[in-house]
Design a protein around this ligand. Structure first.
Ligand code: NAD
Length: 484
């Protein structure tokens, strides 16, 4: 048996294994074989990581470093990620099965966040108050919160970490990272670059293991000031409840059931491509997946047929191969959950127009593949239209006019993202006003940027990541009074 690669945590600047002496296998979804191991941490490891971050926050070079110097460190880290983007992307693909080409694209784009927030670090300003009282001088300062715990999911480990890490560090906080138990390796590989960039010990720490085992220690620890979380809504709600007890700050990026709305006046070629990439990219494992395709009734049959034809041609295969269009899903449990939802959809009376199971292709070996699947005849009251599947299942729902499209689009507990396909500017603006979601894409889908605020309405989350305001999520204001 080949030796598994071993990745270690970094706490207080030192590479560490778990005090439990246990290891957790990282499994490659393409062949269902373990390829690496990370420490299987326990409560003591989690406490040590928080304490290290707290020490680095209250004393040590980070506490007194100028914001300009902090910004330079962030930009240096960004440059090192650019240098190692392909290597990091290959690790991510091995861990989560997403297309290597997509992960390379993400890892090459990630440095932009470090450059952007590195640039913002020394532009955080306070103010002098005009003051209504004689002999008193008063000014405000914007200060970091303290120790931030960053908890990430398995679908885009480094990108979603970066959305937290870059603004948290730019604001002067220290961080404990808890990556997903399924995909920890790229985060631990990043820590080599953190050291090379020259961050002081304890500023960024990692602790790997199961969320249910170490999560509560991290999120309820009295030394932790803020939790920045991306993941499922049930986990997010549990973290929020725990955080309330300690009055901790939170940013929660949770699930979605995003509507992708096609009007008859749209460029249908673009709309069909947008519908396909909206749901089948990353095998549907994105929080922004356009899982509900709302199509105006006059073009419903035509668009449905074209979407099915397009998806039928998708090439499933090894995610490391450039020609592959759809890779496996990340975990066996996720595959089971997706297959269960296919049964739910059939039981509810939805018509399976494509896929509906696992591919019958010996070339795909033991990989955790699911067929790109499309259901027609879906009503918005069905579970398949209401619950987040996090897999390659598209539900097509007809609508008559703008009012009905809005009613269906907003009839969801979620509000993360949405798409509108139309050639009418008036309609685009009206829909953008009326959709209750944090992101509205018009004649495009899935665009994100370091400068664009991202986050959810309703059950999709609290707070925003990316954009200038994201740094505010990691700052608090102090008011200083001086008797002259
Ligand atoms: P998850 O909620 O199971 O796990 C996310 C992270 O939380 C993991 O690191 C996990 O170990 C940790 N965790 C689990 N229980 C915990 C606890 N009690 N305390 C603290 N941490 C705990 O989610 P997942 O299965 O990894 O990811 C899929 C989900 O994430 C989907 O529902 C998806 O919609 C959501 N997601 C949202 C976004 C977004 O930006 N809104 C992005 C990607 C994924």
């Amino acid at each position: 048996m080949t030796e598994l690669a071993r990745f270690r945590n970094v706490v207080d600047g030192k590479a560490v294994e778990s005090v439990t002496n246990r290891w957790l296998a990282s499994i490659n979804p393409f062949d269902a074989e373990p390829w690496a191991e990370v420490p299987h941490c326990g409560v003591d490891d989690a406490e040590a990581a928080v304490e290290a971050a707290h020490r680095a926050f209250v004393r040590g070079p980070w506490a007194t470093m100028s914001a300009t110097a902090r910004g330079k460190l962030l930009r240096r880290l960004g440059d090192l990620i650019t240098r190692d983007a392909e290597k990091l992307a290959a690790i991510e693909t091995r861990d989560n099965g997403k297309l290597h080409a997509e992960m390379v694209g993400q890892c090459r784009y990630i440095p932009e966040w470090f450059h952007y927030f590195g640039g913002l670090a020394d532009k955080v300003e306070g103010g002098v108050l005009p003051m209504d009282k004689a002999d008193l001088f008063s000014y405000t300062k914007r200060e970091p919160l303290g120790v931030v715990v960053a908890i990430t999911p398995w679908n885009s480990p480094l990108l979603l970490l970066t959305w937290k890490l870059a603004p948290a560090l730019a604001a002067g906080n220290t961080v404990v990272i808890k990556p997903s138990e399924h995909t920890s390796c790229s985060t631990l590989a990043l820590m080599d670059l953190v050291r090379e960039a020259g961050f002081p010990d304890g500023v960024i720490n990692t602790v790997t293991g199961y969320g249910h085992e170490i999560g509560p220690t991290l999120t309820r620890h009295p030394m932790v000031a803020k939790i920045a979380f991306t993941g499922g809504d049930a986990t997010g709600a549990a973290i929020y409840a725990g955080a309330a007890k300690g009055l901790k700050h939170v940013t929660l990026e949770l699930g979605g059931k995003s509507p992708n709305i096609v009007f008859a006046d749209a460029n249908l070629d673009d709309a069909v491509k947008g519908a396909i990439s909206g749901i089948f990219a990353a095998s549907g494992q994105t929080c922004i997946a356009g899982a509900r395709l709302l199509v105006q009734r006059s073009v419903h049959d035509e668009v449905s047929a074209r979407v099915v034809d397009f998806a039928r041609a998708a090439r499933l295969g090894d995610p490391m191969e450039a020609t592959t269009q759809v890779g496996p899903v990340t975990t066996l449990a996720q595959r089971e959950k997706i297959l269960d939802y296919m049964d739910v959809a059939r039981d509810e009376g939805a018509r399976c127009l494509l896929g509906g199971g696992t591919p019958d292709d010996p070339g795909l070996g033991k990989g955790w593949f699911v067929e790109p699947t499309i259901f027609g005849g879906v009503s918005n009251s069905m579970r398949i239209a209401r619950e987040e599947v996090f897999g390659p299942i598209l539900s097509i729902i007809p609508f008559e006019d703008e009012d009905e499209a809005i009613e269906i689009a907003n009839d969801t507990l979620y509000g993360l993202a949405s798409g509108v396909w139309t050639s009418s500017i008036r309609r685009a603006l009206t829909m953008a006003d009326r959709i209750r979601a944090g992101t509205v894409w018009v004649n495009t889908y899935r665009a994100v940027s370091f400068m664009a605020p991202f986050g959810g309405y309703k059950m999709s989350g609290i707070g925003r990541e990316s954009g200038q305001a994201a740094i505010d999520e990691y700052l608090q204001t102090k008011c200083v009074w001086i008797n002259l």
